[in-house]
Design a protein around this ligand. Structure first.
Ligand SMILES: Nc1ncnc2c1ncn2[C@@H]1O[C@H](COP(=O)(O)OP(=O)(O)OP(=O)(O)O)[C@@H](O)[C@H]1O
Length: 342
C-alpha cells in the first residue's frame, strides 16, 4: 500500500531564449493521495499535469517542494538512489509506448529483465500478468497485431511487472473508442481493488473521473484551483475551470440558446431542480406539485452516478394557473435546491 504526498511542489523550466523569464509549469502544488486511492488530475492543455506526473515518477526533478512516494522522499534522493524507487512506480501512456518489434510477452518481460529477475521467475510472472489482463493467448503476438484496447492492456501488464505500489496513467484511455475505454477503466479499477495499487491519472475525459476516481485535483496555469472528493467537487464546483469540465459529464441546466428553444415548446414556468445523493426525496417533489394542482413535464436533464453517489439536475415545466404555480414554487424552494429559469 503506497501513499503519495506532494507538498508545495514547483517546477520551473528556463525561458525559451536567453533573457526570457522562467516557464513555471507547476506552481506550489500540494496533493495528498491516500494509499489505495484513485486520484484524478484534470485541467486544460498546458495546466502542468504531465509535468506533475513526470515529477512523481522521478523522471524529472522538482525545483521546489517535497514529493514522497511510500517511504521514499524523492526530492531528497540522488539519481542512483532513485532507480530502485522508480521500479515501485508504474506508468501507462496515451500512445502505449510499447516496443513494436517485440512480442507481447517480451514487452511485459522487459522491466523484469532490467530489474535483473532470473529467467524462470520472469516467465512465471509474465504468464501471471497476461492472465490478469486477459491476454494469456496473445503472448507470442506482435504489438502491431493488437487492437488499441489490447495494447493498453499490455501497457498495464508491463507497468505492473515489478509489483509497483503506484500506477501513473497519462491520458490512458484518450486514444480508445468509448467501449474499449470502458474495458480499460474496468481493468484499472481491478488493479486498484484487487491489487490495492494507488492510481494517479491525468485525463480530459470527465466520464473517467466520474466513473473511477475517488478524489480529484483541478489544475490551471500550474496551480491547484480545486481539490477534493469527486462527488463534492463535481456536484458543487467552485471555480469556472471546474464548472466547464463538469458541464461535459453531468446533467446541467439548459444554456441560454437551448432555453429559448425549450420556451417555444413549453409555455409553463421552467424551473431547475438539483438532486444530490438522495438529499431530496423525489416523490415529495411530485406530491407537492400534485397537491397544489400543478401539472409537470420533465423537459431537460437527468440523474447520473458520480463517484458512486447520485447527482441530478432536472428542468421541469410547471403547468397550471399562475397563483398555484407560484405557491408550488415557494413550497418546492423549501425542500429542494430550485432555480426559476428566467
Ligand atoms: N521540458 C519543458 N521545457 C520547457 N517548458 C515545458 C517543458 N515541459 C512542459 N513545459 C511547459 O510547462 C507548461 C505545462 O506543460 P504540461 O505538458 O505539464 O501541461 P499539461 O497540463 O500536461 O498539458 P497537455 O494536456 O497539453 O499535456 C506548459 O507551458 C509547457 O509548455
Amino acid at each position: 500500500m503506497t501513499r503519495v504526498q506532494l507538498t508545495d511542489v514547483g517546477k520551473r523550466y528556463p525561458g525559451r531564449s536567453k533573457g526570457d523569464p522562467d516557464i513555471v509549469a507547476v506552481d506550489d502544488v500540494s496533493i495528498e493521495v491516500a494509499s489505495g486511492e484513485i486520484h484524478a488530475i484534470i485541467g486544460y492543455s498546458g495546466a502542468g499535469k504531465s509535468t506533475l506526473l513526470r515529477l512523481v515518477n522521478g523522471l524529472e526533478r522538482a525545483t521546489s517542494g517535497t514529493i514522497t512516494v511510500g517511504e521514499a522522499v524523492l526530492t531528497d534522493l540522488s539519481e542512483r538512489q532513485l532507480r530502485p524507487v522508480r521500479s515501485q512506480i508504474g506508468m501507462i501512456f496515451q500512445q502505449f509506448n510499447l516496443f513494436h518489434s517485440k512480442s507481447v510477452a517480451k514487452n511485459v518481460e522487459y522491466p523484469l529483465v532490467v530489474a535483473g529477475v532470473p529467467a524462470a521467475e520472469r516467465a512465471a510472472r509474465v504468464a501471471e500478468l497476461l492472465a490478469f489482463v486477459g491476454l494469456q493467448d496473445r503472448a507470442r503476438a506482435y504489438v502491431d497485431q493488437l487492437s488499441g484496447g489490447q495494447k493498453q492492456r499490455v501497457g498495464i501488464a508491463r507497468a505492473l511487472a515489478t509489483s509497483p505500489g503506484v500506477l501513473l496513467a497519462d491520458e490512458a484511455t484518450s486514444a480508445l473508442d468509448p467501449e474499449t475505454s470502458r474495458e480499460v477503466l474496468a481493468l484499472l479499477k481491478r488493479v486498484n481493488d484487487e491489487l490495492g495499487i494507488t492510481i494517479i491519472l491525468i485525463t480530459h475525459e470527465m466520464e473517467v473521473v466520474r466513473e473511477i476516481a475517488d478524489r480529484v485535483t483541478v489544475m490551471d496555469g500550474g496551480r491547484t484551483v480545486e481539490q477534493g472528493d469527486v462527488f463534492e467537487v463535481f456536484s458543487a464546483p467552485q471555480s469556472d475551470t471546474t464548472r466547464k469540465f463538469v458541464a461535459t459529464a453531468l446533467p446541467s441546466q439548459p444554456g441560454a440558446e437551448h432555453l429559448e428553444k425549450l420556451r417555444e415548446r413549453h409555455r409553463g414556468r421552467l424551473v431547475s431542480l438539483t438532486f444530490r445523493d438522495g438529499d431530496v426525496d423525489q416523490p415529495v417533489v411530485f406530491r407537492t406539485l400534485a397537491e397544489r394542482g400543478v401539472g409537470v413535464s420533465i423537459v431537460h436533464g437527468g440523474i447520473t452516478d458520480v463517484g458512486g453517489r447520485s447527482f441530478g439536475k432536472l428542468t421541469l415545466e410547471l403547468i397550471g394557473d399562475d397563483l398555484r404555480v407560484e405557491h408550488a414554487v415557494a413550497a418546492l424552494a423549501q425542500e429542494t435546491e430550485l432555480e426559476v429559469l428566467a
